[in-house]
Design a protein around this ligand. Structure first.
Ligand SMILES: Cc1cc2nc3c(=O)[nH]c(=O)nc-3n(C[C@H](O)[C@H](O)[C@H](O)COP(=O)(O)O)c2cc1C
Ligand code: SF4
Length: 487
């Protein structure tokens, strides 16, 4: 007999028995309610047409979906070891928590990594002390066209919009940035009242020009001028692409497009709003270069840079030639790794599009050297930089500064539950649900954000001194070795 037939038989018999028991013997009402509720659910499953599993296995079919939902949690707690988790291993997450809590984060007994696995990276330490790291952990960003160069920390909060993150998360990050003297990138969602907690701002111009746009998506120069000239805005970043979904736009669905978000982004509330893959304000290389110059002028001479995940190397080199031929240059280039993060992206884009971080960083660094532009353009790197070693490696491969998105999310208490796209973030970090967002208390979390920043930089300087590096000019690719089995 099929499961469907068993269900029909059982639900009919049990329902009749429960009703009879209730009427004739004044039986337990709760039992009657439970039996009728399960029976109704089962009949609904049986009669609906969308889901074959539920039609075949009324009630029990739901178990499959419940298990699929909790599988990552079970896997995380019972299956995964400390070094394997993705995007971040348990050990990496614990290290961020320790840095955020101002704890030393010591690891007992020795490494858990497989030291004989091909590809393991290591730093060659120096035999003798070369002294303390001399340079202050700040870098001046801004070429000759800038009248307001910015002295940036070497670790900053990477772009994440209000919309992807909750308002309490944004407030905590900004307060943390204010406490620690580092910068906070608005993300493509634009500048919001929640960014006004005293932290330095990097104003991002996304592909939809959210926050300074006309209804057709083009840049509203006056609106941009007003925001970019605010005292707290220190730099402007034009987003060309993002590592987790390069060349892919997004949709802000009508349900998430609340009156508050619509006002900030300058769009029609309660409608689907398209974030295009490419910015309509600069359809060509030439227009992009003009756009860089225009934004620098409108912002009153602040540093303006571009953010991209490297795709086709030739296109990037051609853009550098274009800077030279038009004699207009960005002040910085943010290199985003293909393994970078996002709130939501199509899996094919996250898995298969764009150049991985190490290669992209070395490529951009070398291309700038080859074109004679390295001294004039700073490189900011973002791509799973969550530790002192991560920073050290980025500096060796050519970065002048690092950005971290997910490191700072973890410092807020993110538990890597991978639900950012569902609006059900259990920690209140990536949600617009006000009840969940209340889980984050900005006045408390801001200290964790600041501690994480300060302690990670301290780790980075420790490693640099261990390797005998005492100034930024001494970083080089040779300091990083990669294990290959000796045959
Ligand atoms: C929740 C979330 C939202 C993001 N939103 C943006 C965005 O609005 N604009 C952007 O350029 N990058 C965005 N990013 C990418 C990050 O800024 C960063 O470049 C990338 O995640 C790599 O850094 P990470 O490895 O430290 O996370 C987002 C990332 C995350 C995790
Ligand atoms: S706790 Fe989960 S849903 Fe929330 S930000 Fe972290 S990964 Fe995303």
């Amino acid at each position: 007999m099929s499961y469907r037939k068993i269900f029909i038989f059982m639900s009919t018999v049990l329902s009749i028995m429960a009703i009879a028991n209730q009427i004739l013997l004044q039986g337990d009402t709760l039992v009657l309610i439970l039996i009728l509720a399960f029976s109704t659910l089962g009949w609904y499953d049986l009669l609906q047409k969308k889901n074959a599993v539920l039609r075949e296995y009324p009630i029990f079919g739901h178990l499959r979906y419940i298990l699929l939902d909790i599988a990552p949690i079970l896997h995380d707690y019972f299956v995964e070891n400390n070094t394997e988790g993705r995007p971040f291993s348990k050990n990496a997450i614990k290290q961020v928590y320790a840095r955020a809590e101002n704890k030393p984060g010591y690891h007992p007994l020795g490494t858990e990594r497989d030291f004989y696995k091909e590809g393991l990276e290591w730093v060659g330490h120096s035999m003798f002390s070369k002294g303390e790291f001399q340079d202050p952990p700040r870098v001046l960003v801004g070429g000759p066209e800038c009248t307001h160069p910015y002295s940036a920390s070497i670790l900053n909060i990477s772009a994440m919009s209000f919309g992807a993150l909750s308002k309490t998360a944004i407030q905590s990050l900004n307060k943390g940035a204010a406490l620690g003297g580092f910068s906070h990138n608005t993300g493509e969602g634009g500048l919001t009242p929640f960014h006004m907690e005293g932290g330095d701002i990097v104003l991002q111009v996304g592909t939809a020009n959210f926050g300074f746009r006309y209804p057709d998506g083009h840049l509203d120069e006056e609106a941009f001028r007003k925001k970019s000239t605010l005292e707290s805005v220190k730099m402007v970043e034009i987003k060309l692409s993002q590592g987790a979904k390069p060349g892919h736009g997004g949709v802000l669905p009508a349900v998430k497009n609340t009156a508050e978000i619509a006002k900030i982004r300058m769009v029609e509330p309660h409608t689907d709003v398209l974030s295009p893959p490419f910015n309509p304000s600069f359809p060509t290389e030439e227009k992009l270069v003009e756009f860089i110059g225009k934004l620098r002028e409108l912002s009153g001479g602040k540093p303006v840079g571009i953010k991209l995940c490297v795709g086709q190397p030739k296109e990037f080199e051609s853009l550098l030639d274009r800077f030279l031929s038009q004699d207009i240059y960005p002040d910085f280039i943010t290199v985003d790794a293909a393994e970078g993060g996002t709130g939501a992206a199509p899996l094919d884009y996250s898995n298969h599009i764009g150049m991985r971080g190490d290669d992209a960083l070395k490529f951009v660094h070398n291309s700038l050297i080859n074109k004679g532009l390295r001294d004039r353009i700073k490189i900011i790197y973002a791509g799973k930089v969550v530790s002192g070693f991560g920073m050290f490696k980025a500096f060796c491969y050519g970065a002048d500064l690092c950005n971290s998105a997910r490191g700072f999310m973890l410092s807020l208490g993110c538990i890597q539950s991978l639900k950012c796209h569902t609006d059900h973030c259990p920690t209140g970090v990536a949600t617009q649900n006000p009840e969940l967002a209340k889980g984050i208390v900005p006045s408390f979390k801001a200290h964790r954000v600041r501690n994480y920043h300060d302690n990670t930089i301290a780790d980075f300087i420790d490693i640099a001194e261990t390797a005998g590096v005492t100034s930024f000019s001494q970083f080089s690719q040779e300091l990083i070795s990669i294990y290959k089995p000796v045959s």
